[in-house]
Design a protein around this ligand. Structure first.
Ligand code: UDP
Length: 327
């Protein structure tokens, strides 16, 4: 069986990726420091606790498992926090990734799948966001991910590190079988925050800005189901092991939803009111981030099947009501 090293495998997207990898016949080896991840989420392969900054620990794990590839999810990923604590983002996301990339190349593991983000694009009025759109991030989160993309290109030129970069739009939903789901502490992402407001775990959802230049004044995002997203990673891994070259793919559906539209959809799916208030803009937010690319479908054969808004909210709601991690 082929081992795949999954950094951040105890986190939201990483844990779903481990499940998909196992289903595809790989052994996912989770490497996670459990700062934001959960040991309970590691269910589909071995667990190795460690930090991205710990080169000796990484060397040991590469030597033990001899992975065919790395899937690198481990990162800090909150726009608000990135604005107030940029140093943490540069240190953890950039320096940590650099240490991992050096360890992988030194170990001869030359297939690398990287979680990047549409936040690397920044604000572009009336421009279709595809993989060739200039990257002008508005926040340290997007900037840190763009920096790692550049590091990967340098390591390809110097060391032959083949990589697939996925630029995620907004990831939502949960495993429909309820084995893993989204559990951040504190939670800041729109859909889980909304579900907490619906069930009373938090008083209300605050809409971060109602004066954007959009039809209803709230920001527009492109939401993709986590299960569809991780399916693309398995295809990306196959792309690399088939010997195809390094490539960047957007992962979004091409449909945009405003914050108010997500609130309306949540009300319909849950049959409950969504307590909310209108607050100020959140620093670092772009007005609209919607993918304009069909590259992942055309080249990888990616076919999202659960990424409708009602399905994503229903899956997130089921997890929210029934599933959680203790530690
Ligand atoms: N948002 C909001 N209230 C919240 C959380 C998020 O209005 O409590 C908005 C946010 O400003 C953005 C959208 O919802 O326009 C999605 O934000 P999220 O943090 O989920 O993802 P991001 O787009 O930052 O990756």
């Amino acid at each position: 069986m082929s081992n795949v090293l999954v950094t951040g495998g105890a986190g939201y997207i990483g844990s779903h990726a481990c499940k998909a990898l196992k289903a595809a016949g790989y052994t996912p080896v989770t490497y996670d420091n459990l700062v934001t991840g959960w040991k309970d989420a590691v269910k589909f392969g071995p667990f190795e606790q460690g930090d991205l900054s710990d080169r000796a620990r990484l060397d040991e794990v590469f030597a033990t498992y001899q992975p065919v590839a790395v899937m690198h999810f481990a990162a800090l990923s909150q726009v608000g926090e990135a604005m107030s604590e940029p140093g943490r983002y540069w240190r953890n996301n950039v320096e940590g990734s650099l240490t991992l990339i050096e360890a992988a190349t030194a170990a001869g593991c030359l297939n690398f799948v990287f979680s990047s983000t549409c936040a690397t694009y920044g604000e572009h009025d009336n421009v279709v966001l595809d993989e060739s759109t200039p990257q002008e991030p508005l926040n340290a989160y997007g900037a840190s991910k763009r920096a790692v993309e550049n590091i990967l290109r340098d390591f390809e030129a110097a060391k032959g590190l083949r990589h697939v970069i996925f630029r995620y739009f907004n990831v939502a939903g949960a495993d429909p079988e309820g084995e893993v789901g989204e559990h951040h502490r504190p939670e800041t992402h729109l859909i889980p925050v909304m579900l907490e407001a619906i069930d009373g775990t938090r008083p209300a959802l605050s809409i971060h800005g109602t004066d954007y230049d959009t039809p209803d004044g709230t920001c527009i995002r492109d939401y993709v189901h986590v299960c569809d997203l991780v399916d693309a990673h398995v295809l990306g891994l196959k792309w690399l092991t088939d010997g195809k070259g390094s490539r960047v793919f957007n992962l979004g559906t091409g449909k945009g939803f405003s914050v108010r539209e997500v609130i309306d959809a949540s009300r319909s799916v849950t049959n409950r009111e969504v307590p909310h208030s209108e607050g100020p803009r959140r620093a670092g937010d772009a007005t609209k981030l919607v993918s304009g690319s069909t590259r992942a479908a055309a080249e990888l054969g990616w076919e999202p099947s659960r990424s409708t808004m009602p399905q994503m909210i229903a899956d997130a709601w089921r997890w929210h009501q029934n599933g959680h991690y203790e530690g």
